[in-house]
Design a protein around this ligand. Structure first.
Ligand SMILES: *Cc1c(COP(=O)(O)O)cnc(C)c1O
Length: 346
């Protein structure tokens, strides 16, 4: 098994199946566009095949599915779901057949890009319409597959999945200890199902850091709220304790920021549109309004509101393996085109 810092603290985890796919550590870099005190943790580069924040989870969840003899994965997401795309890419790489049941979300260039990537990478896609139809289609597909398929719920957060971001925070702890970056006062991260933000907050508590996690809510309050995040944290703590974690984890410095969600999951706002453009200018791959646009908007606001803090943006959106990469920021500026549509003609 790869040497993850979490394994030294919770050694029972070494007995769990694990499929190493993350190129770690992911870089920690300055974001000079915001001045000397703003940094970015590049989980967009977590894998050359397709990066982003789901990849660390797949190391545990895909290994677990294979260990249980599963040959297929069934998952659910919006039309432009990064979870579905990354599961198709990495599941197929591990020899599993992946089916995604997709619910409608507002149409954007990123949605087209994601759908064409899903098809190009051999995923089976079922477009199920609204939430009700999606639930029924998912149940039908699960029953059809009986025990062949492992089910990956929307967002894929859960105690085992969240261990991945506890470990990611410890990875940042080691980078800071090596002097590669200062200890951040705050980390800004997009928050959907919450496992990423909760894992980071647990990791910060384990490190003994006072670092605040600003979880930028990008989906409805019913799905993502202090109670759901608290339940995830409690479940993850229990799992870590069972796997041998000795230290008491104190209160979490986890704050939700509800200001950027707009109409809801997948809906653009003027700030998110600007944030998506900023993302492309900074990272050289198109942003989108669901996650990266809203977290960039939050970053800008939070940087202004906390003028003396060292702040890290945790980049959760893949910039690798995308249909539209290869159009760098400079090129885009000189061409003067939006550059946010799919190159595959979808
Ligand atoms: C899934 C996802 C998130 C949200 O992560 P959660 O752990 O579900 O809160 C943020 N950004 C991107 C790009 C994602 O795909």
């Amino acid at each position: 098994m790869a040497s993850l810092p979490i394994l030294e603290l919770a050694p029972g985890l070494t007995r769990r199946p694990f499929l190493p796919i993350v190129a770690r550590p992911t870089p920690i870099e300055r974001l000079p566009a915001y001045g000397e005190r703003v940094w970015v943790k590049r989980d967009d580069l977590a894998s050359p095949l397709y990066g982003g924040n789901k990849i660390r989870r797949w190391e545990w969840l895909l290994a677990d599915a294979i260990d249980r003899g599963k040959t297929e994965l069934l998952t659910v997401g919006g039309l432009g779901s990064t979870q579905v795309t990354s599961l198709i890419v990495h599941g197929a790489h591990a020899g599993l057949r992946v089916t995604g049941v997709l619910f409608d979300q507002p149409d954007t260039p990123f949605v087209h890009e994601a759908l064409s990537l899903d098809a190009a990478r051999g995923g089976a896609i079922i477009r199920a319409g609204g939430y009700g139809g999606t639930t029924l289609a998912t149940l039908r597909e699960l029953v059809r597959r009986r025990s062949r398929a492992a089910f990956v719920a929307p967002g894929a957060s859960g105690p085992l999945a969240n261990v991945a971001y506890v470990d990611a925070m410890l990875e940042l702890g080691l980078q800071v200890a090596r002097g590669e970056a200062p200890r951040p006062d705050r980390i800004v991260v997009a928050c959907g199902s919450g496992g990423t933000a909760v894992g980071l907050a647990l990791g910060a508590a384990i490190l003994g850091w006072p670092t605040r996690i600003t979880a930028v809510r990008i989906t409805s309050f019913v799905v993502s709220n202090p109670a759901t995040l608290g339940a995830l944290a409690a479940g993850t703590k229990r799992l870590l304790a069972r796997e041998g974690l000795r230290e008491e984890i104190g209160p979490l410095a986890l704050e939700m920021d509800h200001r950027f969600v707009g109409e809801g999951y997948g809906y653009g706002t003027p700030e998110a549109e600007r944030g998506a453009e900023k993302y492309e200018a900074l990272f050289g791959a198109p942003g989108e309004v669901t996650y990266s646009g809203k977290s960039m908007a939050a970053l800008e606001r939070v940087v202004a509101e906390h003028p003396s803090e060292t702040i890290v943006l945790w980049n959760t959106l893949s910039t690798t393996g995308r249909a539209t990469t290869g159009r760098g920021p400079e090129l885009r500026a000189s061409a003067g085109t939006p550059g946010r549509s799919s190159s595959s003609g979808c």
